[in-house]
Design a protein around this ligand. Structure first.
Ligand code: COA
Ligand code: ZN
Length: 316
């Protein structure tokens, strides 16, 4: 399928401070989280997933969710999102006046039980209560179908089960949906098939794709998603990330690498790549270890190396 790039806008959502920080070996101090989010807010990202209102016992690294959400300086151009698993999380998110709640359920029952300690039916029941709680508020609701491209325990999930979950979300009243590849099992042919089927079945329900680069297929999956008509992607600064309840899970696709690829290919991401790279270069200091991103190491494809001495001499 031909990819047309003319004037095509792609929306970039950063999830590093949620998906990334949740699985770090060490707690990132609250003031460092806030400072990072404030810097990211000025780069042209469409959304920032700020934190999770989950049990602090399940995800101790995000136990400061309220302080972070209330401590950041919000930009009017950015949608600030918080992940929520249940009614209790929704109450906390309302207190912090988030712009958008991201409700997450894995369609692999085994992963949902490990991650959320609920069956899918129990998760859906929580989501119905969340929607009731939100009546009359301006908070938007996105539903994430986690393990959509494969469950680390059960393997491939059939397309009809993905569409079943989206149908439940639409019926509950969610405004948009994310298909998430929690453990990096998606491949481009599958992404094309699922994205096309989704848009045929739900042409009015905006979709985002969320990939992990666990098996090196992340950016190829983005291109497959774009070719199939999707224009919104989650990614993580530095390529950090991973679900603590998915064995072997590694980082999300890297935001600055994705923006670099998309801009090189002629897409409009609205993101200031140089600013993003400056922030990404500070991540290893914040985390105390190297991060997977390529462009912070290699430089942009337009950052040329100095001419070798022999070549420059040859011009004289
Ligand atoms: N925020 C804060 N605390 C919460 C909470 C929430 N959203 N939901 C439950 N809790 C607290 C309860 O108050 C209770 O606290 P207590 O032990 O001090 O009384 C405790 O957590 C257990 O509550 P319970 O309803 O029995 O939950 P659970 O132990 O069955 O866990 C979840 C269910 C969903 C709360 C938990 O599994 C979770 O937070 N998972 C998130 C995992 C995650 O974020 N994974 C990565 C992202 S996909
Ligand atoms: Zn993820």
């Amino acid at each position: 399928m031909a990819i047309t790039t003319a004037e095509k806008r792609i929306y970039v959502n950063d999830v590093a401070v949620r998906d990334g920080f949740q699985s770090e070996p060490n707690f990132v101090p609250t003031d460092k989280k806030i400072a990072l989010i404030n810097r990211l807010s000025k780069t042209g990202l469409a959304k920032i997933e700020v934190t999770s209102f989950v049990s602090p016992k399940a995800i101790p690294n995000l136990r400061d969710a309220q302080e972070v959400m209330q401590g950041i300086t919000r930009s009017a151009d950015v949608t600030y999102v918080a992940l929520v698993p249940n009614e209790r999380g929704c109450e906390r998110a309302i207190e912090c006046n988030v712009d958008e709640i991201n409700l997450v359920m894995s369609i692999g029952e085994t992963h949902n039980l490990a991650n959320m300690r609920m069956t899918c039916e129990q998760s859906l029941e929580q989501f119905r209560r969340v929607i009731t709680l939100l009546r009359g508020s301006n908070i938007r609701v996105n539903g994430t179908v986690a393990t959509a491209f494969g469950c680390p325990f059960e393997g491939d999930q059939p397309l009809y089960r993905v569409l079943w979950a989206v149908e439940q979300y639409a019926a509950i009243g969610m405004h948009s949906v994310t298909l998430a590849d929690t453990s990096g099992m998606a491949h481009p042919a599958q992404v094309s098939r699922f994205s096309e089927a989704y848009q045929t079945a739900f042409p009015k329900l905006p979709a985002t794709l969320h990939f992990h680069n666990t098996r090196g297929m992340g950016l190829a999956n983005v291109m497959a998603g774009i070719a199939a008509g999707i224009n919104s992607f989650d990614a993580s600064l530095g390529g950090i990330g991973g679900c603590p309840y998915a064995p072997g899970a590694t980082g999300n696709i890297c935001t600055e690498d994705m923006v670099h690829m998309l801009q090189s290919s002629g897409y409009d991401t609205g993101v200031d790549l140089d600013q993003l790279l400056t922030i990404a270069r500070d991540l290893p200091d914040i985390l105390g270890h190297d991060v997977p991103g390529h462009i912070i190491k290699a430089g942009k494809r337009t950052d040329l190396a100095p001419m070798p001495v022999t070549a420059s001499q040859a011009t004289h």
